[in-house]
Design a protein around this ligand. Structure first.
Ligand code: GLA
Length: 671
């Protein structure tokens, strides 16, 4: 049942943070609020981890401290993003009900002492959590300071995959609803293999650790179930809130590298506004391009509507092997990259750096060093910019390019037994996105099956699981005149993880004009060379063309002489296929050629060309806004006219954006 969205209304772009005042004494709260005002903070998330504070014993609530905080923020004119407080269970609850604790795949329980120590399918947890939500919503649901409800926190960050008996029962119920009979489950999972056939529902467990590899269909459905189980929990909390409050409701997604447990395409429709948490991941080759990808995907989840960056960091995080601080200006550039890509709110984890607990070495808006610090000065500078660009709120990002992305493909492609362990789904997604990003193109990240009619170029990186219906949407769009770039490992299996036979990429085979016979992955470290001089790595495949033209072939490796890059006219459009992972420079050049062919270009002409910058246009009712974010070390020149909202300077005939700087130009309204 779909519930109409409640709009999140805010004056301008929201600027805020998670605030954990329970870690501090009231004299510190006074200073906090005074400094929040200095920085221009106007949206503060509280009570995220509040449960043990507001419910010290089962059913006994003590809201005195939270009341105090709410009133102080309200008096200061700061709006509240109110946590339901259910993210982390109090010790009394797990002591009385240890059955709430999650079980990991080897069948052992995980204990309290961290956070999110609860099983998503536990009825005992659910009942206790909903009682808390009801009490919080009854107390604050109509308070004028409450701007947004923040359900739980990063649902599924730690506890997404629970293997306890309660979860196994819920998984069987989920399977029953999806398949009806055990026989259908057998068919969907291909359990004829290895004598895995089930005869009774009770024989089906969650995919716990096994000696050999597990049934991939089973694992795929467990991912689907686990995502749905947490969504059901979200819905249960939201329903309790809705009965008590008119305020919009959301939760913070984790659209970020390495966290794959929730299918946010199925979640997003439940959010009154999409909210995302993003942290730069320095384990990646190009963390900044991943940031842009995550922001574009966050916007895609809301079908292009503005979203909120609910958390990011002013500097280093504390959970990577090496936690790198940001360079001067990087925090401002990254924050405004999210805004450029559709965020109407920029918030941080967290306000004041903790001095105890596992996050004491995580950066914050107010660092351990206090206000006499570069981080604080940059926070204040950003607050000023966010304030000056408020008119941008509500405008929408323009893009002619779409990239198809799916969590189901991510799950299906990382099966324990696959052609190469050296390549993951995100490697292909990020490589394609990097090539688009390096060309300065703005990309909408959309779900398979989405309406593509607004796009000129569609990129489909390694979409391993593709239904026939979603493939038909793509091929019909190509036939209607679209230009597509489809890369290897796309449309290999259907929704049941069953291989399409008769040549890989089954449902796209005709549109690609290719007969793909065999995968030929390549060891890391070995370079492949193509006939057009490009270099590539990790993948090749043995195929022949049927109707496609060969643009480049492998000159070496296990698919020597076979097509690496092909082009097939399909109806009024063109389907390009790339059978390897190109080097970044060659991938960038390929995308430059295809974008020229498709007639897509960066949001404005730039000199020197693209490179290390973001150039994105958001269009509002009366005006459009050109964001130019120069991450590089050289100045760039951009053709534009209007008013730079960052500096207040008039722009006529072009603007120089100095190295490291950001300019946001309000352009003349389109005629
Ligand atoms: C997540 C959580 C926060 C905090 C940050 C640290 O985003 O939601 O509570 O732990 O990570 O990076």
């Amino acid at each position: 049942m779909s519930v109409p969205a409640r709009p999140f209304e805010h004056d301008g772009i929201a600027f805020g943070c998670d605030y954990n005042p329970e870690q501090w004494t009231p004299d510190v709260w006074d200073e906090d609020i005074a400094l929040m005002r200095d920085a221009g903070v106007d949206l503060v998330a509280i009570n995220i981890f509040g449960w043990a504070h507001i419910e010290p014993r089962a059913g006994e609530y003590d809201f005195s401290r939270l009341d105090d905080i709410v009133e102080r923020l309200h008096t200061a004119g700061i709006r509240i993003n109110l946590g339901t407080g259910t993210a982390s269970t109090p010790a009394w609850l797990t002591t009385a009900h240890p059955e709430i604790l999650p079980v990991v795949e080897d069948g052992t329980r995980r204990y309290p002492g961290g956070r999110q120590a609860w099983c998503p399918s536990s009825p005992v947890y659910r009942e206790a959590a909903l009682a808390l939500v009801d009490a919080v919503a009854a107390r604050y649901g109509s308070h004028p300071a409450i701007a947004l409800w923040h359900v739980s926190n990063e649902l599924g960050c730690h506890n997404a995959l629970c293997h306890c008996d309660e979860s196994a029962g819920a998984f069987r119920e989920w399977l029953r609803a999806r398949y009806g009979t055990v026989a259908e489950v057998n068919r969907a999972w291909g359990t004829a293999f290895w004598s895995q056939t089930y005869y009774e529902w009770d024989e089906i467990l969650t995919p716990r650790a096994t000696l050999s590899s597990r049934n991939p269909g089973h694992v795929l459905d467990f991912h689907r179930f686990s995502s749905d189980a947490l969504l059901e929990h979200y819905r249960a909390e939201a329903e309790v809130i809705r009965a008590r409050s008119e305020v919009p409701i959301t939760t913070n997604f984790m659209v970020t590298a390495h966290i794959e447990n929730l299918d946010y395409w199925s979640w997003a429709g439940d959010m009154d506004i999409v909210a995302n948490d993003h942290y730069l991941d320095h384990r990646l080759g190009d963390p900044r391009s991943e940031l842009a990808f995550a922001a574009d995907l966050s916007r895609g989840l809301g079908q292009g509507a503005p979203w909120i960056l609910m958390e990011h960091s002013t500097g280093a995080v504390n959970w990577q092997p090496l936690n790198t601080p940001k360079a001067p200006g990087e925090m401002i550039r990254n924050s405004l990259t999210h805004v450029a890509r559709g965020a109407d709110g920029v918030c941080f984890f967290q306000w004041r750096a903790s001095v105890q607990g596992s996050e004491k070495f995580h950066s914050a808006m107010l660092p351990h060093a206090g206000t006499d610090s570069a981080v604080w000065r940059e926070v204040v500078e950003l607050g000023g910019i966010v304030d000056r660009i408020g008119e941008i709120a509500g405008s929408r990002v323009e893009s002619d390019v779409a990239l198809l992305f799916s969590w189901e493909s991510w799950w299906a492609s990382q099966s324990e037994t696959r052609p190469s362990q050296s390549l993951g789904y995100l490697d292909q997604v990020h490589a394609s996105y990097r090539a688009l990003h390096a060309n300065g193109l703005t990309v909408d990240v959309v779900a398979p099956g989405a309406d593509l009619s607004a796009y000129r170029l569609v990129v489909v990186p390694g979409l391993h699981l593709m239904t026939e219906a979603d493939a038909a949407v793509l091929t019909a769009w190509i036939a209607a005149g679209g230009t597509a770039l489809i890369t290897f490992s796309t449309a290999i299996v259907d929704e049941n993880d069953r291989v399409y036979t008769g040549g890989y990429a089954g449902p796209l085979r005709e549109a690609l004009g290719l007969h793909i016979e065999e995968f030929a992955p390549v060891a890391p470290g070995l370079a492949l060379t193509l006939t057009d001089g490009s270099t590539a790595r990790l993948w090749s495949e043995r195929s022949r063309t049927t109707t496609a033209e060969v643009a480049a072939s492998f000159t070496d490796g296990p698919a020597e002489g076979m097509p690496a890059l092909t082009r097939n006219i399909w109806g009024d459009g063109t389907a390009h296929y790339l059978a390897t992972l190109l080097s970044d420079a060659d991938y960038r050049d390929l995308v430059a050629r295809l974008s020229a062919e498709a007639g897509v270009a960066p949001a404005a002409p730039i000199r020197p060309a693209a490179g290390d910058l973001e150039i994105v246009r958001r269009r509002g009712e009366g005006a459009s806004y050109l964001f130019v974010i120069n991450h590089g070390e050289t100045d760039v020149r951009v053709d534009s006219d209007g008013l730079d909202l960052v500096t207040g300077a008039e722009v006529a005939g072009g603007i120089t954006v100095p190295a490291g700087a950001v300019r946001i130009i309000r352009e003349e309204a389109a005629a």
